[in-house]
Design a protein around this ligand. Structure first.
Ligand code: SF4
Length: 169
């Protein structure tokens, strides 16, 4: 209590403050397979500077990352490798599907291309476009941060299911 009677201490839920920390310190793992990967690199470079949003600590080890960014075509042969990488990431973790090819197969409507990575991974946020713009990636990152803060992500849903005695998917 201040001298003027104002209340000057902060109360919050532990979840809120933990989620605030998580959303502002994402460590992305880039999985760039084709042209979308170039747009992803541009997003990390100085012109767009994803570091302004606390997500510049790119890591090439799944064990050190919590945001998997899939940028580009995922061939059927590549799908188990991608799933393996996802499984090696520790919780909490999130997935961004960047561009038409990752999200739906894009123009490659053929047997050899995965028709959307959501068939093999739980995706938290999509970036539309072919190619998707760096602005689009940043917009998706901000939307993902809002979702992390509000507790509305696949990770949080799994966590709630486990707490309620269900199974994590
Ligand atoms: S969505 Fe377009 S830019 Fe991205 S990998 Fe596919 S063809 Fe290339």
């Amino acid at each position: 209590m201040g001298k003027d009677g104002s209340v000057n201490f902060l109360t919050t839920r532990l979840d809120d403050i933990v989620n605030w920390g998580r959303k502002n310190a994402l460590w992305p793992l880039p999985f760039g397979t084709s042209c979308c990967g170039i747009e992803m690199m541009a997003t990390f470079a100085s012109e767009y500077d994803i570091g302004r949003f606390g997500a510049e600590a790119m890591r090439f080890s799944p064990r050190q990352s919590d945001l998997l960014i899939v940028a580009g075509i995922v061939n059927a042969k590549m799908a188990p490798v991608l799933r393996n990488i996802y499984d090696q990431m520790a919780e909490p973790k999130w997935v961004m599907s960047m561009g038409a090819c990752a999200s739906s197969g894009g123009i490659f409507n053929v047997y050899s291309v995965t028709q959307g990575i959501d068939t093999i991974l739980p995706v938290d946020i999509y970036v539309p476009g072919c190619p998707p713009s760096p602005e689009g990636v940043l917009h998706a990152l901000l939307r993902l941060q809002e979702k992390i803060q509000s507790g509305d992500t696949n990770y949080h849903r799994r966590e709630r299911a486990v707490r309620q005695g269900g199974e994590a998917k």
